[in-house]
Design a protein around this ligand. Structure first.
Ligand code: MTE
Length: 303
């Protein structure tokens, strides 16, 4: 079994250098090129003081504090438990209601759709958050390639099922494999990425190697890791979390400070690495980009 090489400290770009490089790139017009989707200081959604500027969460926190229930329900030490996950060879099957179903080897997929950098906020439904410099390509490019038919309304994503490698899948509390879904227009939105890396490096297993979804205006659980299948479907998919606890986890899972989780408030969040809590922003601060997708919908009902 292939060992995942640990990343040496010397190979990691320190966050402060990374940040100044980002600022530099932003300054020379990457914003115009559309590569930076993070507003340095998003407009406050409600009154009550300025929202502090966003800064990148450290590489150590992004790779050391995770949710990956296929391995464990604990957030720490997933890197160790997942260190031997076999990510090569890896294929992603894309099918369902499409004219051109295809199975892609991961390396071909990344050659066809070269990854770009996108810095996004990530807000977990558990009320913690991070800011992560992802590498990835828009999911829309892959969907265009396979040509969804007129009957396709939703996209269903399936993660790896392999209890021998993923000990958490012995836990029958959950209906494995991990499934997630998006409406087709959400999936086609330019913010929606298939990510293969972060901080300029290939994804580590704990972050969903070799390919995971990133939909930054939705709670983190929508961003399914270690994807092996993508299907275009007519009916709204039932995600692992909807099946496990339908009154707590809805299909949309849009970040919304006005709709509390039945067991806790969603009005604020703990930004990993910061002392003070932050106010949670509607659609995680991406309202300008995505609010139109939900025009006329009752976001309390469609939570
Ligand atoms: N994908 C799979 N396959 N299994 C999981 O348990 N957890 C989700 C999401 N994707 C999860 C998953 C949750 S709850 C969150 S918050 C994010 O992954 C966490 O991503 P990160 O560990 O890279 O920060």
């Amino acid at each position: 079994m292939k060992k995942i090489k640990a990343i040496k400290a010397s190979e990691i770009t320190p966050e402060h250098l990374y940040l100044s490089r980002r600022k530099f790139i932003a300054g020379i017009g990457a914003l115009a090129a559309g590569s930076l989707f993070l507003n340095a200081c998003p407009a406050p959604e409600t009154s009550g003081g300025e929202q502090p500027a966003d800064t990148l969460t450290s590489f150590d926190a992004v790779t050391g504090y995770n949710n990956f229930y296929e391995f464990t329900t604990s957030k720490n030490g997933i890197g160790f438990l997942a260190r031997d996950l076999k990510i090569s060879p890896w294929t992603v099957e894309v099918g369902g209601l499409v004219n051109k179903p295809q199975t892609f080897a991961i390396e071909d997929l990344l050659k066809k759709f070269p990854p770009e950098e996108r810095i996004y906020r990530m807000r977990c439904v558990e009320a913690w958050s991070m800011v992560i410099p992802w590498l990835g390509f828009p999911l829309s490019k892959l969907l265009q390639e396979v040509e969804p038919t007129a009957a396709a309304k939703f996209v269903r994503f399936t993660a790896l099922y392999d209890p021998e490698q993923m000990p958490g899948q012995e836990d029958r509390t959950y209906d494995w494999p991990y499934i997630e879904g998006l409406r087709l227009d959400e999936a086609m939105h330019d913010l929606t990425l298939l990510s293969n890396g972060l901080y300029g490096k290939a994804l580590l297993p704990q972050n969903g190697a070799p390919l995971r979804l990133v939909a930054p205006w939705k709670y983190g659980f929508k961003s399914i890791k270690s994807i092996v299948r993508i299907d275009l479907v007519e009916e709204m998919p039932v995600s692992l979390w909807m099946a496990a606890s339908p009154h707590e986890y809805g299909f949309y899972a849009n970040v919304n400070p006005g709709v509390d989780h039945p067991r806790w408030s969603q009005s604020s969040e703990r930004r990993i690495g910061e002392e003070k809590r932050r106010r949670t922003l509607l659609f995680n601060g991406y309202a300008e980009e995505v609010a139109h997708l939900y025009a006329g919908m009752d976001l309390k009902k469609n939570f």
